[in-house]
Design a binder for this molecule. Structure first.
Ligand SMILES: *Cc1c(COP(=O)(O)O)cnc(C)c1O
Length: 391
């Protein structure tokens, strides 16, 4: 391909293609676990050091998975990426691959339930975890200390859509040499400038907006070549966290339409949030693209003003939340997000059920909170569905 700087949408369909001898147009699916060697000497040499187009075993790497890794790393502005079996394999791999007993990690407390679980596992193995309110820089400043090994946070938290200031937290972390690991799922790769803003490692659940149609699990660890290949890859390839080539192939296909989808879903989310906010009887809306969001200024700086595809609405009580969910016809009751189909979730009883009532309250996960993932449907149909459900 040309050396000219190309826009993301162009790179999203062309970057990283590895063509076989057949010159296929579409990315090939190399559905193979192993790779045959020409000779015993070649096998030996490849186990000592394999080149970029030399593969050993799909748990270590595969040409289709490598295309997916190269393409997303390019879009993210990262040197490299490792594709994992799920978003949680990426979170687990990013943290477990370097942490050892006695290390200190500072984390935002508003996290996806499974991310909190991984931090609990680390704590079990002697890693000290300090939790802070991710939106409060003073708490980050107080918790980060000389010797802190890493900081971890979701740049937009699940499900209360709080934004963490990537640049400011990175500055505090880098002052003591700590690694900045950002779970950027809710921001989506389309609005992410996390690496440029200071993050060292960006993790994604590709299950969400990258697949975009709710079909496959997958994840990514993006970062420096050193971190991805020397730190994360050895851990992941020996513990079985690699993506299936089939899923990587589905994801490659998803990336091509990701920008179009996410822009359309974000425009619909803004229209939807604006409409619901205009009638206070419908509920209390949290959406980063609305001026009423407490961190609206940060959303402008960090995400170019885009509020993303997720909305939270507090309808007052669990009874009201369940009643509304059961009356919805277009919004599907499910717990995925980033799908082409709009989804409604009740975090308190599903995704965050494991947390005690006090912890839920501390995170703003109220009994009446609904999490909405806006899909590709018509905005007016979605607004109509929500108003009908609350009517
Ligand atoms: C979904 C999600 C994950 C986990 O991804 P899986 O692909 O389901 O394993 C991690 N972090 C956030 C913020 C998520 O929304």
């Amino acid at each position: 391909m040309t050396d000219k700087p190309l826009h993301p949408r162009t790179r999203a369909v062309h970057h990283g293609i590895r063509r076989s001898q057949y010159g296929e147009m579409a990315e090939a699916l190399f559905m193979t676990q192993g790779f045959a060697y020409d000779s015993a000497e070649q096998a030996e040499a490849r186990f000592i050091k394999s080149g970029p187009d030399e593969f050993i075993y799909a748990r270590y790497g595969n040409p289709t998975s490598r295309m997916f890794e190269d393409r997303i790393a390019n879009l993210e502005g990262a040197e490299d990426a490792f594709a994992t079996a799920s978003g949680m394999a990426a979170v687990n791999g990013a943290l477990m691959s370097f942490a050892k007993p006695g290390d200190h990690i500072v984390s935002a407390k508003a996290l996806f339930g499974s991310c909190l679980y991984v931090l609990d596992v680390l704590a079990r193995f002697g890693v000290e975890i300090s939790y802070v309110d991710g939106t409060d820089l003073e708490q980050w400043r107080a918790a980060i200390r000389p010797g802190t090994k890493a900081v971890f946070f979701e740049s937009m938290s699940n499900p209360t859509l709080e934004i963490v200031d990537i640049a400011a937290v990175s500055e505090l972390a880098h002052a003591v040499g700590a690694l900045v690991i950002v779970d950027n799922v809710f921001t989506t790769p389309v609005y992410s400038r996390a690496i440029e803003q200071g993050a060292d490692v960006v993790v994604y659940s590709a299950t969400k907006h990258i697949d975009g149609s709710g079909r496959c699990l997958g994840g990514l660890i993006c970062g420096s070549r050193h971190f991805v290949r020397e730190v994360a890859e050895p851990y992941l390839k020996h513990t079985g966290g690699a993506i299936s080539p089939f899923n990587a192939w589905m994801m490659l296909n998803g990336i091509g339409t990701m920008e179009l989808r996410v822009h359309a879903q974000t425009a619909t989310a803004l229209k939807f949030a604006t409409a619901i906010e205009s009638d206070p009887k419908l509920g209390k809306v949290i959406y980063p693209g609305l001026a009423s969001h407490p961190q609206y200024d940060l959303v402008q700086r960090q995400m170019g003003g885009a509020g993303g595809t997720m909305i939270a609405v507090d309808v007052g009580s669990k009874e009201a939340a369940f009643a509304a969910m059961n009356r919805m016809e277009i919004f599907q009751i499910s717990n995925n997000l980033g799908d082409a189909k709009s989804i409604v979730t009740h975090p308190a009883t599903t995704t965050h059920q494991r947390l005690s009532a006090e912890v839920q309250a501390g995170l703003g996960i109220t009994p009446g909170l609904l999490r909405l993932s806006i899909g590709l449907e018509d905005a007016d149909d979605l607004i109509g569905d929500f108003c009908h459900a609350r009517g």
